[in-house]
Design a protein around this ligand. Structure first.
Ligand code: COA
Ligand code: AMP
Length: 634
């Protein structure tokens, strides 16, 4: 029998204009669109051209105008500072309108960029929504990135204003943000006019007179700003994500398509309604934070939770259960690594017994492959459906999911289930021919992509086409490999490029190699992601030193580890490197990364026919053994 999912999927494929126009009716438009899908400039597709909207209006004022003003919009829950703060829709709108006024007072207007480099405090969401309110384009930079990475983003986005805070709190550590911000501005040739800095009580930032403004003072002096209508196709934000080089990709998100797709996804994918409490335990610096801490739940009229803590250690492995119970969370979304961390600390979930989870209905996992062990442990203990879903920064919402609000299919471990409505997912071989069910190939999506996905990369149409569209004409390349089984379940196996996923954080090994190669003693290097029980993958560096280098290997290793920390940031979790005489290569000189990775992960491997010298693999095995990998690893 056909399910609601079947009906929605079929309609989204056969009549996408009607399908998405119907969802768009659920939003507020200053002016309705002229065209739902505008394909007049292929391969650049646009959604809802001619329409005028304001995303902040739809996320806040719309609900107030519809009687939800006194409902909670946002709960800031911070075990690391032992504080929490609740905002109704009225209160959040007022704070956002004031902050929008503070930005406007600095001359920020529609289309200007604002970089937000902030920890997980409510002001980060207020700053994002404040930008949206006046049509400014925000670009949030994750706090775990170093000054150099921030500088690259400042250079590319050219913000008029940067919004930051005096510090972040990572477990028991206080991380000063201001020196990182000052360093980044120094590295960058583009300089913002102003920086607005939120002073946290635990660490006061030193301000640079004439450039830095105090958040509280700026807001106190500002007049609330109303929503500014923007074109549906105007950018709402830029979110930089790892590419294959050290130069990140500026993923652009529009206003109209994003608003329509996210609001619709809240019910269709996550099965939540207005008034429900929804919690994405991620960070506003990642796409999950953009889509499902800030925009999705607020567009839907839910109560969203902004959590400043970790799954373990803040104070213990029961903190997720405490938050779910205290705030009556219906649906939670996090990365599998967070649950692996909890499971490691409290394997029998003893802490769960202290909490009432009767309102809790679903756990959603994404950001990396969900291993069956973690899913089963969560199912057994939480007694709710545990749903793996697959998506990317570029797509903004799920490509493949078990759409809980449409129809829950039986779970097949290892598969995020079926393509979400709007997504024509296929598996192709290198010549772009569809392969048979069950055969592995490149996971691609037939164009056009649905609303809410990236229309291009920030001021770089060429890189957009080259990165995603050139290899498989007519398709979007996800850069993931996988297969689809006879029943239409999709399996996502691995990236086809050098992106790795460390604790759900997306990182480029190419970017790390660029840093290592800069060390004066390093002649050649490779960085690979190897399997890790907690973080899914961790990066390992292999260094070939210049002839004649006599310094201690350990000293050089320490230096390169520090270089990655300084240039990319602690989030790279680059803590292991080893010196080798040679790297295994093909006869044409390509490093055999796949083979090295298999050795490190203890997987079966064949000696490639193209290998230049098979003895390099034996050397690699010894080197891996020395750092506790390969055969010695269980
Ligand atoms: N600001 C500054 N530093 C940060 C940071 C931030 N926002 N986020 C992480 N870091 C630092 C950490 O302090 C750590 O530094 P260290 O090397 O000095 O210890 C480093 O970056 C690595 O952090 P993390 O990946 O968080 O590892 P961890 O060992 O501290 O914690 C987990 C492990 C599993 C608990 C943690 O990774 C986690 O909660 N993961 C969930 C991931 C997630 O939500 N992903 C979002 C996608 S849905
Ligand atoms: P990001 O852009 O940081 O969200 O990372 C996207 C990448 O994470 C994808 O291309 C996948 O490689 C991986 N990923 C995300 N979700 C899943 C999932 N549910 N299963 C397998 N891989 C995933």
């Amino acid at each position: 029998m056909a399910t609601d999912y079947d009906a929605a999927y079929e309609k989204s494929m056969n009549d996408p204009d009607a399908f998405w126009a119907e969802q768009a009716e659920d939003c507020h438009w200053y002016k309705k669109w002229d065209k739902v899908l505008d394909d007049s400039n292929k391969p650049f597709y646009r959604w809802f051209t001619g329409g005028e909207v304001n995303t902040c209006y739809n996320a806040l004022d719309y609900h107030i105008d519809n009687g939800r003003g006194d409902q909670l919009a946002l709960i800031y829950d911070s075990p690391v500072t032992e504080t929490s703060k609740k905002y109704t829709y009225n209160e959040l709108r007022d704070e956002v309108a004031k902050f929008a006024g503070a930005l406007a007072a600095q001359g920020v207007v529609k289309g200007d960029r604002v970089i937000i480099y902030m920890p997980m405090i409510a002001e980060a969401a207020i700053a994002m929504l404040g930008c949206a309110r006046i049509g400014a384009v925000h670009s949030v930079v994750f706090g775990g990135f170093a000054a150099k990475e921030l500088a690259t983003r400042i250079e590319d986005a050219k913000p008029k204003v940067i919004v930051s805070a005096s510090c972040g709190i990572e477990g028991k550590k206080t991380i000063k943000y201001k020196p990182l911000l000052d360093g980044a501005i120094e590295f960058s040739s583009h300089k913002p006019d102003k920086c607005i800095v939120f002073q946290r009580p635990m660490e006061k930032a030193e301000m640079i007179s004439g450039r830095d403004l105090d958040w509280a003072e700026s807001v106190a002096a500002a007049a609330p700003h109303d929503c500014v209508p923007v074109a549906a196709t105007d950018p709402l934000y830029i979110l930089y994500t790892s590419g294959t080089t050290g130069q990140p990709k500026g993923v652009v998100r529009d206003n109209g398509g994003h608003m329509v797709a996210l609001k619709w996804s809240m019910k269709a994918v996550y099965d939540v309604d207005a008034g429900d409490v929804y919690w994405a335990a991620s960070d506003v610096g990642w796409v999950v934070g953009h889509s499902y801490i800030v925009y999705g739940p607020l567009l839907k009229g839910c109560t969203t939770i902004l959590f400043e803590g970790k799954p373990v250690g803040t104070p213990d492995a029961g903190v997720f259960w405490r938050v779910i119970s205290e705030h009556k969370v219906r649906t939670m979304f996090t990365a599998p690594t967070a649950f692996r961390a909890i499971k490691r600390e409290d394997p029998e979930a003893k802490l769960l017994k202290n909490y009432d989870l009767s309102n809790f209905k679903y756990l959603f996992l994404a950001g990396e492959r969900s291993d069956p062990d973690t899913i089963q442990w969560s199912e057994n203990n939480l007694k709710v459906p545990v749903i793996d879903h697959w998506w990317q920064t570029e797509t903004g919402w799920s490509i493949v999911a078990n759409c809980a609000g449409l129809h829950l299919y039986p779970v097949k471990y290892g598969s995020p289930t079926k393509p979400a409505p709007g997504w024509d997912v296929q598996v192709v071989d290198p010549d772009c021919n569809q392969v048979k069910a069950g055969e592995i190939g490149a996971l691609v999506v037939k164009l056009p992509l649905p609303p809410g996905t990236l229309p291009t990369l920030w001021q770089n149409d060429d890189r957009y086409v080259e990165s995603y569209l050139d290899e498989f004409p007519g398709y979007y390349k996800t850069a993931d490999a996988g297969y689809i089984d006879e029943e239409g379940y999709v399996y996502v196996m691995a990236r086809t490029d050098d992106i790795i996923n460390v604790a759900g954080h997306r990182l480029s090994t190419g970017g790390m190699e660029e840093v290592l190669s800069d060390h004066p003693d390093v002649a050649e290097c490779a960085v690979l992601g190897v399997a890790d029980k907690l973080k899914g993958q961790i990066p390992i560096g292999f260094l070939v030193l210049n002839a004649g280098v006599t310094r201690e290997n350990d000293e050089i290793i320490k230096e390169v580890i520090q270089m990655v920390r300084d240039r990319i940031g602690p989030v790279a979790a680059f803590k292991t490197a080893t010196v080798v005489k040679r790297l295994p290569k093909t006869r044409s000189g390509k490093i055999l990364r796949g083979t090295i990775q298999k050795i490190a992960d203890n997987s079966d491997y064949k000696v490639p026919a193209t290998i230049d010298d098979p003895t390099t693999l034996d050397e690699m095995e010894v080197a891996l053994n020395n750092i506790g990998l390969a055969k010695s690893r269980t």
